[in-house]
Ligand binder design. Structure first.
Ligand code: UDP
Length: 470
């Protein structure tokens, strides 16, 4: 009988990380029946609910790490950025992961590797302790990866302090980008003087420790970036594999789903602009009012997933009360506001949708392209500014609202500027519609039999198995 091989996968905290980690895991184990995966999940109520409610695959095992007791950590930062807090939280889990790895190694199964996602790079230290090969699942694009690698080099080999570029007009020749990358689209964490930048660089240094990087992208989307990462001797990068797009269009048809789809079913083909800003995208009351005024002034049909301020749960009534007076009444029939979560994938796949105003989270970008829907880029947090720059300037599937917008900055984009961007989006300025259609074909082609991502996946799995034998 062939020897069973186990991968141990540590996804970042939060549901968004788990979903794509599980989807890529299914692809990996389906590629070779010897492989199985144990996920070590950082304790979180939403994740527990998600994992308790489903049997994901017979060869994928989900283990919730115990509630975190007081453990010491050398990861200290004053940074207030949520993404940096997440990296710190992951770092504190090291003793728990170590314990779990010991448990798995004590069984009959051979451990073929430890897979971490981009928020858990420092966890590769644990792989080193046990001499297990480490792999990185990079859930954003090759563009952000190339930027991290470039900024590490600038810091470590040229003595730069990236935080000095905050608010500067500097532009960088990042390998693989066609256009110079302006400092104003660098992720906030890279520019954060309160330890965020230090944490990002620490993660970036760990990239070179892994044996392979599999990225949720496809070669045809980022050809130059991919090529540059693949041949980069200078940065001593491990092999990179483009295995995406990994998108999940299975929806549980709840009341929000029915509400959105029922609305879209009553709209003409390709007439609706959809607005949705990710799992954490919230706006100030002033910005919400400008957005509402913009939508009304365009007279276009819209479906708007709206979250307010810092409240995780806002009641419909509270949110509606800050919209301009009479807005809901005047836009009845042509517009629908959904407070909180919207069934984004199903909406994007609906024939009535013509354009997507997006915060440019990487999953949203992939889902939009999968459906051939062009975007208007309005980034808010994490690495979304560089993603926005890419989809507008490099890929050409999006128009710009503001590629350098930062959530929480207090800046309010005026109604006229938003309305103009929605107009450009819906009219398909600069060929974004044709380019989105082209990307729709290429993204499904990449994961079809014989497609580039299928070939990379097979190579990745072969390499994991080869590396496991020493
Ligand atoms: N999403 C959704 N409804 C919402 C907000 C988000 O279905 O109201 C989904 C979206 O389809 C995507 C994911 O959540 O799959 C968000 O991932 P992304 O990387 O775009 O952004 P993040 O939430 O990580 O900032």
């Amino acid at each position: 009988m062939e020897e069973a091989l186990e991968l141990i996968f540590v996804p970042g905290p939060g549901i968004g990380h788990i979903v794509s980690a599980i989807e890529v895991g299914k692809l990996i184990v389906n590629e070779d029946t010897r492989l199985s995966i144990t996920y070590l999940l950082i304790n979180d109520p939403a994740v527990r609910e998600y994992t308790n409610s489903r049997q994901v695959h017979p060869r994928l095992r989900l283990l919730n790490l115990p509630e975190l007791a007081e453990v010491s950590s050398d990861f200290q930062t004053k940074s207030k950025l949520p993404e940096i807090k997440s990296v710190g939280r992951v770092d504190r889990q090291k003793p728990l992961v170590r314990e779990a790895v010991v448990g798995i190694m004590a069984t009959e199964t051979r451990v073929a590797g430890l897979v971490v996602d981009m928020f858990c790079l420092t966890m590769t230290d644990v792989a080193d302790e046990f001499s297990i090969p480490a792999y990185l699942f990079f859930a954003s694009g090759a563009g952000f990866l190339s930027l991290m690698v470039y900024m590490r080099r600038l810091t470590d080999e040229h003595g730069a302090d990236i935080t000095e570029f905050r608010d500067s007009d500097e532009k960088f020749s990042v390998p693989g980008f066609v256009n110079p990358v302006p400092a104003r689209v660098l992720p906030s964490a890279m520019l954060d003087k309160d330890g965020g930048s230090v944490a990002v660089m620490s993660s970036a240094r760990h990239i070179r420790k892994v044996r392979g990087i599999f990225i949720n992208t496809f070669q045809e989307l980022e050809p130059n970036l991919f090529q540059s990462l693949s041949i980069s001797n200078e940065d001593k990068l491990p092999p990179v594999y483009a295995v995406g797009p990994i998108v999940n269009f299975q929806t549980s048809p709840d009341s929000k789903y029915s509400d959105a789809i029922e609305f879209l079913d009553h709209q003409p083909r390709k007439s609706v602009v959809f607005l949705c800003f990710g799992s954490e995208g919230r706006f100030s009351d002033a910005q919400i009012r400008e957005l509402a005024a913009a939508l009304e002034s365009t007279g276009r049909r819209f479906l708007w997933s709206l979250r307010r301020g810092n409240q995780s749960e806002s009641s419909n009534a509270a949110v509606e009360s800050i919209l301009p007076e009479g807005f809901l009444e005047r836009t009845k029939g042509v517009g629908r506001v959904m407070v909180g979560w919207a069934p984004q994938a199903a909406v994007l796949a609906h024939p009535a949708v013509r354009g997507f105003v997006s915060h440019c989270g990487w999953n949203s970008i992939l889902e939009s392209m999968w459906c051939g829907v062009p975007m208007a880029a309005w980034p808010l947090y994490a690495e979304q500014q560089i993603n926005a720059f890419q989809v507008v300037e490099e890929v050409g599937v999006a128009v710009e609202v503001r590629v350098d917008y930062r959530g929480g900055s207090g800046v309010v984009v005026g109604a006229d500027e938003i309305a103009a961007a929605i107009g450009r989006l819906m009219e398909g300025e600069k060929g974004v519609r044709e380019r989105a259609e082209e990307m729709r074909e290429k993204s499904s082609g990449a994961v079809a039999d014989g497609g580039s991502s299928r070939i990379f996946l097979a190579k990745l799995v072969r390499d994991i198995i080869d590396n496991s034998s020493g």
